[in-house]
Design a protein around this ligand. Structure first.
Ligand SMILES: C[S@@+](CC[C@H](N)C(=O)[O-])C[C@H]1O[C@@H](n2cnc3c(N)ncnc32)[C@H](O)[C@@H]1O
Ligand code: SF4
Length: 350
């Protein structure tokens, strides 16, 4: 049996020819797939999109059935955690059909977790249904508790709706984690109060460093706030205890002694988490990105549509995973203030 970077062994499929699991050239097992189900969104967060985004023609999108088939091919090949994201996943028409059909892999045990990342705007409508399909935890992105500031950051968002969505999610029994992007001069003075609010409601809280992806029409250098600074400021007020807790993602967690809650940091610019990377991303058009910080990608829509059998798809996935790079190197181009990568976060879903 092939052994992975962490020393675990992997099953071989029945034919004994194709490894069930996806192992990249650096012996990392790929077990986590993030799927952007739409590039559209009902918000226009200033760090994520420009106000006047051009979205993909609907005809380019994979249908819900195709998304299901693609995700299921990855599950066949050992992916055990699936996150739906976007754009805003809950604005994709018929999205509950996809959640429902993917939940069959939870029932068989092939998937350990089916989850989603949402801006919360549609959660009041969908929370109970999401929970009913076996989703246990979700991430809600929220950068401020101030309604005016919320409107300024998201351009189109309504904080009350998101709050109602979080209430509905908790009432439905979903575990909620709050993710906030740390923005210099925007919400940096609110991080402590957001942490207290989240922990007071029994929600984990994670701070994300802003990443240089896509042209958003604003000077990104002005938004960049290193999390080392966020952390040292919080450490003046709270006792931050390092803990081992990992969710299979890049966040490093501490326990805040005073609140008893968990605080996560995602720092792609100042900290390298590539050694333990177990994830790949697919876009709503079926493009596979092997690394969030690199441009290399593989088209899976072609092989998906080429035949009803999944063999060509499996082969294309294997070939792409064989090119997964060792790591990334984000740089904000300080001279020209250009993004390190031209695609927006809404393409790959973060
Ligand atoms: C692209 S959104 C997609 C899912 C959903 N619309 C949401 O906002 O949660 C996923 C995450 O990426 C984050 N994000 C978007 N652009 C970012 C950037 N340039 N740097 C860091 N995080 C970013 C968002 O704050 C959000 O938490
Ligand atoms: S971060 Fe999420 S909610 Fe905000 S514009 Fe991007 S996709 Fe939409």
């Amino acid at each position: 049996m092939p052994a992975t970077a962490d020393g675990t062994t992997l099953d071989i499929d029945r034919a004994g020819t194709r490894p069930r699991a996806l192992i990249d050239p650096f012996r990392r097992a790929i077990t986590y797939l993030r799927v952007s189900v739409t590039d559209r969104c009902d918000f226009r967060c200033a760090y994520c999109m420009s106000e006047h985004m051009t979205f993909l023609p609907k005809a380019d999108l994979l249908s819900l059935e195709e998304l299901d088939r693609l995700c299921s091919a990855f599950v066949d090949k050992g992916v055990n955690k699936l996150r739906l994201t976007g754009g805003e996943p809950l604005v994709r028409r018929g999205i509950m059909t996809l959640v429902s059909s993917l939940s069959r892999h939870l029932k068989t045990g092939a998937l350990k977790e089916l989850t989603l990342t949402t801006n919360g705007s549609q959660l009041a409508k969908y929370a109970a249904e999401i929970k009913g399909h076996g989703v246990e935890r979700i991430n809600v992105s929220l950068d401020t508790l101030d309604a005016d500031k919320f409107r300024a950051i998201t351009r189109w968002g309504d904080l009350d709706k998101v709050m109602a969505g979080i209430d509905a999610a908790q009432a439905a029994g979903l575990r909620v984690k709050i993710n906030a992007v740390a923005l210099k001069g925007v919400n940096e003075d609110e991080i402590a109060s957001m942490l207290e609010w989240a922990h007071g409601r029994d929600m984990d809280f994670t701070v994300i460093e802003v990443m240089p992806l896509g042209d958003v029409g604003e000077a990104r250098l002005d938004q960049y706030l290193p999390l080392s600074m966020v952390r040292s400021r919080l450490a003046e007020r709270y006792t931050l205890e390092d803990i081992d807790y990992r969710t299979g993602g890049p966040a490093r967690y501490v326990r805040v002694k005073e609140t008893g809650g968990r605080l996560g940091f995602i720092t792609p610019l100042t900290h390298n988490f590539c050694e333990s990377c177990n994830r790949v991303r697919i876009t709503c058009t079926g493009t596979l990105y092997m690394c969030l910080g690199q441009d290399d990608a593989a088209d899976l829509r072609g092989p998906l549509r080429a035949s009803e059998s999944d063999d060509a798809l499996y082969a294309a996935i294997d070939h792409a995973i064989g090119r997964k790079p060792k790591g990334h190197d984000f740089v904000i181009d300080r001279r020209h203030r250009n993004p390190a990568l031209s695609r927006h976060m809404s393409v790959t879903g973060g």
